[in-house]
Design a protein around this ligand. Structure first.
Ligand code: IPM
Ligand code: MN
Length: 352
């Protein structure tokens, strides 16, 4: 098959980890007889510097003309420490999600047998964890009206959801649950928030369409606690944008490193694949960042966007082998030998 893939490296360690994912994807393409044409485009601080806009129209045009988007990371400390900055790299990420209609962010959390001892959580608690968060990505507090009043002394961020937004995300959750253990957890704060009550009411009304799925409704604070106590008790979790942002960072601890967790963002049309970690500015250019989350995002791309499961498995197998043999970056080296970002990428490509 022939694919055009938009390549948005972004900021910080983005370009370094993306380079490894490209290398590994090209190795997969060579092995299975596919042809990938990469279409690089600007995003984030890099795009602000070049054209004054974190998600330029040219980048959007390249994305919609492609078969999938592979994304690195966005964010630069120059903007974090300047609350008055007019344009911020993160705005590019949000604009991109909105304009590409990427409403469902799929964030799996699984454990790697060779890393069970690396997690700060007890091995017997996390063994066998295999759960998926479906985080709503284009609504909620991220996109509600925000601003200041009272001469800047009061600030507000509105959280808004429509029933349709909840339904389309929940539908994906029910469908995913049907392909797994038929267990779905709706995470909300329905004891306090009106948007959460709309979520709960909407999901409850959909239950009859999926009689085999057992749905539980849990408050986000309780989930935050149970997630690290009994991660094994969860399978598919659906939640709104901000809760999903926070809980998926928490869940990444289960796997042993944030540098391992991939994600897919699906919409009506195109899908985007990106690691869940950020731009890790302190590590930029040092060849120390873990490329595996981005490499595994490429595996999700082969599987979900192109329906090529053997190709995805080839990548997963190479990553598992690297972890088992200790071909890892410093976040996982645990006092042992740490390999560079590039060396891990080379090893993975050679082992496809
Ligand atoms: C993520 C990130 C983003 C988010 C930031 C960079 C805006 O943390 O993808 O989880 O909050 O969605
Ligand atoms: Mn986040």
């Amino acid at each position: 098959m022939k694919f055009n893939i938009a390549l948005l490296a972004g900021d910080g360690i983005g370009p370094e980890v993306i380079e490894q994912a490209v290398k590994v994807s090209d190795a997969v393409a060579a092995k299975f007889g596919h042809e990938i044409t990469w279409k690089p485009a600007l995003t984030g601080a890099a795009a602000i510097d070049a054209v004054g806009e974190p998600y330029p129209d040219e980048t959007h045009d390249i994305c919609i003309a492609s078969d999938a988007v592979l994304f690195g990371a966005i964010g630069h400390p120059r903007f974090d420490n300047d609350p008055s900055a007019k344009v911020r790299p993160e705005q590019g990420l949000l604009k991109m999600r909105k304009k590409l209609g990427l409403f469902a962010n799929v964030r799996p959390t699984f454990t790697f047998p060779s890393l069970l001892d690396k997690s700060p959580l007890k091995k017997e608690r996390i063994e066998g964890t295999d759960l998926v968060f479906l985080r709503e990505l284009t609504g909620g507090i991220y996109f509600g009206e925000k601003g200041r009043r009272d001469g800047g002394e009061t600030a507000f961020d509105n959280c808004v959801y429509t029933r349709v937004e909840v339904q389309r995300l929940a539908k994906k959750g029910f469908e995913l649950a049907m392909t797994r253990s038929k267990k779905l957890c709706c995470v909300d704060k329905a004891n306090v928030m009106e948007t959460s009550r709309l979520w709960r009411e909407t999901v409850q009304a959909m239950e009859k369409e999926y009689p085999e799925v057992v749905v539980s409704y849990e408050f986000v604070d309780a989930v935050a606690m149970r997630l690290v106590q009994w991660p094994n008790s969860y399978d598919v979790l659906i939640t709104e944008n901000l809760f999903g942002d926070i809980l998926t960072d928490e869940a990444s601890v289960i796997s042993g490193s944030m540098g391992l967790m991939p994600s897919a963002s699906m919409g009506t049309d195109i899908a985007l694949f990106e690691p869940i970690h950020g731009s890790y500015p302190q590590a930029t250019g040092l060849n120390i960042a873990n490329p595996m989350a981005t490499v595994l995002s490429a595996a999700m791309m082969f599987e979900t966007a192109f329906n090529l499961h053997e190709e995805g498995k080839a990548i997963r197998d190479a990553v598992n082998k690297a972890l088992a043999e200790g071909i890892v970056t410093e976040d996982l080296a645990d006092g042992g030998k740490a390999y560079g970002t590039k060396e891990v990428g080379d090893w993975l490509a050679a082992n496809i």
